[in-house]
Write a new protein. Sequence first.
Length: 134
Amino acid sequence: MRVASNQVRLEAAMAGRAIALIFASTLLGFAGGIPIHNLSAEQPPAVDPSPSAEETGRLVAEGKEIFLERCAGCHNDRGDKPLKTGAPLNQRGLSTEVIAQAVNGRLRDRTEDERRAVTLYISSLMQNKDSGKK
């Protein structure tokens, strides 16, 4: 009788632990998702993936103005000046994401739209280099 009594207690305890484990896992799953969601909500996209052609033209022109003001001293107006640290900017084959990270760091005092404009301008320099245009 005593063995059966102990077995019943053990089964009851295991069922309670299983429920507690499921509850704790669920709670951690929800709690763990909250910071991830908040972090991604605070990070704006580097560049709007689909601006209209007119909007792109306006942003590239605005980006060129800012680039000439803030960046051309080291990179020239087309990003073609060789640097001590390596190849000219327009020959580095940088992705839009890498360009956006650099622009966001260098132009922290500018608005998000201005940084996006500079990113698009620099990206256009990369595209022109890749396509053989000067």
